[in-house]
Design a protein around this ligand. Structure first.
Ligand SMILES: *Cc1c(COP(=O)(O)O)cnc(C)c1O
Length: 381
């Protein structure tokens, strides 16, 4: 059967447009020897032997896969134990495991919101939050980044009884932090619920690494807390934490929870181990803090285009896509992986190198990065 001409045209047009804009993305097989300044394994737990051993042990005990969805018979004792530990860590009544952060955000927004609700997004929110909004059919508005006055103006104009304010805790491409106190205050003033996606804060910041929200802000202030497990915790999956009314609702109505196989039990076992390490060993967080301070101090001294971020996400704004690709290529050849972030992930003219720091780095790894960045700055201005 001949392949439809219309489909071929559609796909080649999309490809050509993206290639012309220098936005074509290619995967590269990760080389074991490369220095990794691109990932989100902020504490180095993905390679911690204790976490790895726990994963093996969990697979041995419970199976390589869960075998079914949570509501059929895939909800295992280790899932329950992990949910309880995550709830205690974040100071919430309950927590609910999802297979990925993307699915958690789709599930929460689809289950809570509808055509009769209004969702207010920070302009720089993660794509999964925007996609969840679209799926829910709710009326969505985007306020200027971290701009509480703009949010207030939008909420004042809205006649919706059910309002939901949604923000990243630490913004994934800029590394800056949401003003949780201000968001909680204006949300309460407008009878809105507040949802924080703390994918990059958990494990990294807050008391016991409990993130930007943690037990410090309770369910009154932040009724919906989303966390992911594939970043600082070094494994995979995600959770939503909140009170029983919320969690029971999600178990009933979040389609990305109901219609999918439960997380592999080895992953849940490994996550429990990672969580224990995060709570018991503050030294990894402290080491990461020192790396952030050192990198910023040296990058400023070298006149690199550093932003304001105080978190492990340290973007270097290079603006032009072609300059960005040249820098990234040069770094790669020097044995260093750094994320090259282009539109549509970030706005036009805001292409950047997204440097991420980890407790697993050594001081000399960071020196090597700085030295290569300095060469790029001199030779590819
Ligand atoms: C990474 C990320 C997600 C997605 O989490 P996954 O578990 O990788 O699907 C969601 N929200 C934010 C803010 C993220 O950075």
């Amino acid at each position: 059967m001949p392949v439809s001409k219309a489909w071929r045209e559609r796909l080649t047009n999309a490809r050509d447009t993206r290639q012309c804009a220098q936005q074509w993305r290619a995967r590269r097989i990760k080389q074991p020897g490369q220095l990794d300044f691109a990932g989100n394994d902020y504490l180095g737990l993905a390679k911690d032997p204790r976490v790895q051993a726990a994963q093996v042990e969990g697979a041995r005990r419970f199976g390589a896969g869960a075998g079914a969805s949570h509501l059929v018979n895939g909800h295992l004792a280790v899932h329950e134990a992990l949910e309880e530990a995550l709830a205690a860590w974040t100071g919430r009544e309950r927590a609910l495991l999802f297979s990925t952060g993307y699915m958690a955000n789709l599930g929460v927004l689809q289950a809570l919101a509808g055509t009769d609700t209004a969702i207010f997004h920070d302009r720089l929110n993660h794509a999964s939050l925007l996609d969840g909004s679209a799926l829910s059919g709710a009326r969505s508005r985007r306020y200027h980044h971290n701009d509480i006055d703009d949010l207030t103006r939008l909420m004042t104009r809205s006649g919706c009884a059910c309002k939901l304010v949604v923000s990243d805790g630490i913004f994934s491409m800029d590394g800056d932090v949401a003003d949780i106190a201000a968001l909680a205050r204006v949300s309460q003033q407008h009878n809105a619920w507040l949802m924080i996606d703390d994918a990059h804060g958990l494990g990294v910041t807050g008391a016991n690494g409990s993130g930007c929200v943690g037990p410090h802000w309770g369910s009154q202030q932040v009724p919906i807390l989303v966390g992911t497990l594939g970043k600082a915790l070094g494994t995979a999956g995600a959770f939503v934490a909140g009170d029983s009314l919320l969690i029971d609702h999600l178990i009933q109505f979040a389609r990305s929870y109901v219609y999918t196989t439960a997380q592999p039990p080895g992953v849940a076992t490994a996550t429990l181990e990672a969580l224990t390490i995060v709570q018991r060993e503050p030294e990894h967080r402290e080491r990461l803090e020192r790396h952030i301070d050192y990198f910023r101090k040296e990058a400023l001294r070298l006149n690199l285009p550093l932003g304001k971020s105080r978190t492990p996400i340290q973007p270097l704004c290079l603006k032009s896509e072609s300059r960005l690709l040249l820098w990234a290529e040069r770094l790669h050849h020097a044995g260093i992986d750094v994320g090259a972030i282009r539109p549509p992930t970030v706005p036009k003219c805001e292409s950047r190198l997204r440097v991420t720091l980890s407790a697993s780095h050594s001081r000399s790894d960071i020196d090597q990065l700085l030295e290569t960045l300095n060469t790029c700055r001199r030779e590819v201005p």
